[in-house]
Design a protein around this ligand. Structure first.
Ligand SMILES: NC(=O)c1ccc[n+]([C@@H]2O[C@H](COP(=O)([O-])OP(=O)(O)OC[C@H]3O[C@@H](n4cnc5c(N)ncnc54)[C@H](O)[C@@H]3O)[C@@H](O)[C@H]2O)c1
Length: 288
């Protein structure tokens, strides 16, 4: 049983679809008989992804198109929406998934901050704002899935621009879902995909073999589909290293920094190392 938005002949648009989680999702949607629009930066990678996706569609190549898109440009996202509507009339599933992680430092290059925000945060905000009105208006069931990150929730040290952008994706998607559920006659819901460690172009660093700890993109999409079937908003994926129980404790500890008046990111503060270790070892720790 899939969510009703995933019906055969319905339409899915996936950004960042030339690789990784986006490509796995595009292939899954096509396999269900959906019409699929793959959006990514122009080039052979995108065209190849569209051919691979069409190959698994029961409806053949006419049901899959690639539209070269730069999600950091509103013009480009508007052209994507217009192209999807021109070809398939309406959109049921929008997956704002394109992302980059070039690295950043608090006092590092301005350009890195702006690029990461433009793709990972503005790409998601603008994608949602551009597609949602027509998705609401057609009245059929639909989903907006925005790809966030655990780094936007527990905000570990090391890549602050990525964390801030992904924290923004979480806050935006929560607000979006609140808005959708209070909109009369709205059949669209929003969801936050929170992948674990997934072996993709983003994390591979030239490595072809999947690290033991990582999930495949397909496993991540399997988990996403199960979670959407039960209408979960937070799609908190585990991986081969981190079980859900550990994620829950890490999230609780991060929230506990405020409640317990600890320093921020106390999980990585040497004075709190033992306390955090003990917290992780407890069966079901509360915040205080
Ligand atoms: N892989 C992980 O462990 C992991 C963990 C948490 C979150 N994520 C998130 O998952 C999403 C998908 O990433 P992935 O891991 O599949 O990586 P990936 O690199 O395999 O795929 C990302 C895709 O986004 C595309 N992209 C980049 N900039 C773009 C732009 N301006 N316009 C259009 N497309 C653009 C890339 O070309 C690429 O095809 C990202 O948002 C990423 O932040 C990944």
């Amino acid at each position: 049983m899939n969510h009703p938005a995933f019906a055969s002949n319905h339409v899915a648009v996936v950004t960042g679809a030339a690789s990784g989680i986006g490509l796995a999702a595009a292939r899954r949607f096509a396999g269900l008989g959906m019409n699929v629009v793959l959006a990514d930066l122009p080039g052979e990678r995108l065209d190849k992804a569209a051919r691979e996706t069409a190959a698994v569609s029961p409806h053949g190549p006419d049901s899959v198109i690639a539209i070269a898109t730069d999600v950091s440009s509103t013009d480009s996202l508007e052209a994507l929406q217009a192209g999807a509507i021109a070809r398939f009339s309406r959109v049921h599933v929008l997956m704002n998934n394109a992302g980059i992680q070039p690295g950043s430092a608090i006092f590092g290059a301005q350009d890195a901050w702006e690029k990461v925000f433009a793709v990972n945060l503005w790409g998601v905000i603008n994608g949602s704002r551009i597609f949602a009105p027509a998705m609401i208006a057609h009245g059929q069931p639909g989903l907006i899935i925005n790809t966030g990150s655990k780094q936007g929730i527990t905000t570990p040290p090391g890549d602050p621009a990525y964390n801030v952008a992904k924290a923004g994706v979480k806050a935006f998607t929560e607000a979006l879902q609140h808005d959708l559920r209070t909109t009369p006659d709205c059949n669209i819901t929003a969801h936050l995909l929170i992948p674990g460690f997934v072996h993709t172009g983003l994390t591979a660093n030239g490595r072809t073999e999947k690290p033991e700890a990582a999930w495949t993109a397909q496993e991540t999409v399997d988990f996403m589909m199960q979670s959407l079937e039960s209408s979960d908003f937070y799609i908190l994926c585990p991986d081969n290293d981190v079980a859900r129980a550990t994620d829950e404790k890490r999230i609780l500890w991060a929230a506990g920094d405020i409640i317990e008046n600890r320093p921020p990111l106390s999980r990585w503060h040497p004075d709190y190392a033992d306390a955090f270790k003990a917290f992780l070892a407890k069966d079901r720790p509360g915040i205080s």
